[in-house]
Write a protein that binds this ligand. Structure first.
Ligand code: XMP
Length: 517
């Protein structure tokens, strides 16, 4: 199907995929390309490309290794919007001057529109924007004008209307920037003239065709966790290849209470569903391990061993050597696990990515790898996945292991699972579950003194983490009502042996991550 496209050239910003997503939310197809792509100019000149966005990035245009683009791109006649590093690159390559700021500008700034621009059509004249830069444009290239400024940045937005080249020093793609969506909309529709012809339903049809075309009659396995991503993928695979689809649920012992029963119930119509009990494998391998990255790696490794063993035995029964492995990998998993076509640095090893060893016998398919969670939820809705799953909070692959700080054992697992049940129950009762991205307890390896009755106690601490987020890449701590926190704390201490103190985590992401490990 022919559809309008916006190209995003990725200079390594953590927010690049957010740009793609904002555009897709507007029902316009978008793809991300690396500045090092061999056929970049050809891609830019393709008929269906209506506009180009140059993303932000951690480099300075003067760094020797700074990613650049060929100057011809500016002569392509396609509308261009440079964001942050993208704006600086425009200025630098077209003859302006970029300089180092005395102080890195990070966080909110008040932006003022100083000249009418299509980019700011229908937008207030003063609003909050999100900044994250060390360099700034000191001198504009010829024929460019400044359209907006902040207190410390004179050229916070620039343009050359004739060449249809625009730039913003701030990040319109992040939620913290007010009017960001409107600014992107102005660029996509009013400047680039794209049409709204990208839909989730067309994505589903395309993926079904792709999966059928690739998998053919080989077995296709999926590590079903009962979470949103793997469950939605299970429904998509059943629809695509009902006979050859084998979901495998591995009970790691690190899951939520009664998870296995839930999976059995929800996927009862999946005729090839296989349940594997592997708690002991995981607990043995994790004995004595405290380091979070090591825990993640071990869990990934053991998980894969168990999974591969099962898949091999199913393949053997079918007279096949081995087959495909479908993964519900999402974009945030990828970007935070490894550099995604750019130099953004590694933060955590995520189980479903880091866990697949370099050498494995499967052919991988990852139909969701460029999607965000809320897009997967939309797909789930279309595929009639039960709400009970679609509305579920994300649960990390390594499960409770990253919610028990330090070493894991059965006793601690029992504590954290009980606490998790209490937290979820109370949040649901207060009708707040669907308003939060995640809420969960964390068991700390810290003992503190307490008093119960007349007796001194010396027991562990549980922290409660509740966050609001749209995609897990940034998050605000949730301002839960005191009565609810009070109720949760009382229940945890009253019902769980070994805990005498409950604290509430009041940090956002960044600077913290959502999970504690
Ligand atoms: P962090 O802790 O990095 O988490 O801020 C961002 C989101 O990702 C989830 N998360 C994971 N999901 N495998 C997953 O599938 C993992 O290893 C993993 N670690 C964290 C986390 O719960 C949050 O929603």
């Amino acid at each position: 199907m022919k559809r309008d496209k916006i190209l995003i050239i990725d200079f390594g910003s953590q927010y690049t995929m957010l740009i793609a997503r904002r555009i897709r939310e507007l029902n316009v197809y978008s793809v991300i390309l690396s500045p090092f792509e061999e056929n970049l100019i050809e891609s830019v000149n393709a008929d269906d490309v209506k506009g180009i966005i140059l993303s932000g990035g951690p480099s300075s245009v003067y760094d020797e290794s700074a990613p650049k683009i060929p100057i011809e791109i500016f002569n392509s006649g396609k509308p261009i919007l440079g964001i942050c590093y993208g704006l600086q690159l425009i200025a630098h390559l077209l003859g302006g001057k970029v300089s180092k700021s005395k102080k890195r500008e990070y966080g909110y700034a008040l932006f003022k529109v100083i000249r009418n621009s299509i980019l700011f059509d229908g937008v207030e004249r003063k609003f909050q924007v999100w900044m994250s830069h060390g360099d700034y444009v000191e001198k504009l290239p010829e024929d460019f004008v400044s359209t907006g400024k902040t207190e410390s940045t004179p050229y916070a937005s620039i343009e050359n209307k004739k060449l249809k080249i625009y730039g913003t020093q701030f990040h319109p793609e992040v939620y913290h920037t007010k009017n960001g969506k409107k600014i992107i909309k102005n660029f996509i529709f009013k400047i680039a003239g794209a049409k709204r012809n990208w839909k989730i339903t067309s994505f589903i049809d395309e993926k079904i065709r792709e999966i059928r075309g690739v998998v053919k009659d080989k077995p296709c396995f999926l590590a079903l966790s009962g979470g949103v991503d793997s469950s939605v993928l299970a429904f998509l695979l059943r629809k695509s290849i009902p006979e050859n689809f084998y979901p495998i649920f591995v009970d790691t012992g690190l899951l939520k209470e009664k998870e296995k029963e839930r999976v059995k119930r929800i996927f009862k119509d999946f005729k090839n569903l296989k349940i594997v009990e592997a708690k002991d494998d995981f607990l043995n391998a994790l004995k004595g391990v405290k380091d979070p990255e090591e825990k993640r790696k071990i869990i990934g490794k053991v998980f894969f061993e168990v999974f591969e063993r099962e898949a091999k035995s199913i393949s053997k029964e079918k007279g096949e050597k081995i087959g495909f492995l479908a993964q519900g990998t999402l974009y945030p998993d990828l970007i935070e696990s490894k550099s995604y076509k750019g130099p953004s640095s590694k933060i955590k090893t995520h189980h479903n990515v880091g866990g697949v060893p370099e050498k494995h016998p499967f052919i991988l398919i990852e139909p969701f790898k460029e999607l965000f969670k809320d897009e997967v939820r939309k797909i789930g809705k279309k595929l009639k996945v039960p709400d009970e799953i679609i509305k579920r909070h994300p649960f990390p692959g390594p499960g409770m292991a990253v919610r028990i700080i330090g070493e894991i054992n059965e006793e601690k697992l029992e504590i954290i699972k009980k606490a998790d049940l209490i937290v979820e129950e109370e949040i649901k009762k207060a009708k707040l579950y669907n308003k939060l991205w995640q809420v969960f307890p964390v068991l700390l390896p810290v003992k503190s003194v307490g008093v119960m009755g007349d007796t001194r106690t010396y027991e562990n601490v549980i922290a409660i983490r509740a966050v609001k987020s749209v995609d897990g890449m940034t998050a605000d701590w949730a301002k839960l009502p005191y009565f609810l926190l009070d109720k949760i704390a009382r229940r945890i201490i009253g019902e769980i042996k070994g805990i005498n103190r409950v604290v509430y985590d009041i940090t956002s992401k960044p600077p913290s991550t959502i999970e504690w490990e």
